[in-house]
Design a protein around this ligand. Sequence first.
Ligand code: SF4
Length: 97
Amino acid sequence: MNYKQIRPGRNVGANERKTMATLSDRLPQNLPGPFYVDSTCIDCDQCRAAAPDFFQRDAEIGMSVVFRQPVTPEEVSEAQAALEGCPTDSIGNNGTL
Ligand code: SF4
């Protein structure tokens, strides 16, 4: 069993898994912009280790949030890699600024 198989709070069937964050669950602590963390973050630290220029821990809520939005293509790639590495698919990119 891993986090992608068991996803508490996700409205999916037993054999389905959600593959992206939910905009309606977007944490308000995220900086406005395309990348965000939703409320299913399990505070595993993976995104902060992979892309520390964009993700940080919010101590009050015990979850990661986006504190700076990527701008350059290289930065977007770094943030996108963190998104893809999130074990709970808690990072979203809605593509708008
Ligand atoms: S990788 Fe995902 S679950 Fe882990 S801290 Fe970042 S947003 Fe949260």
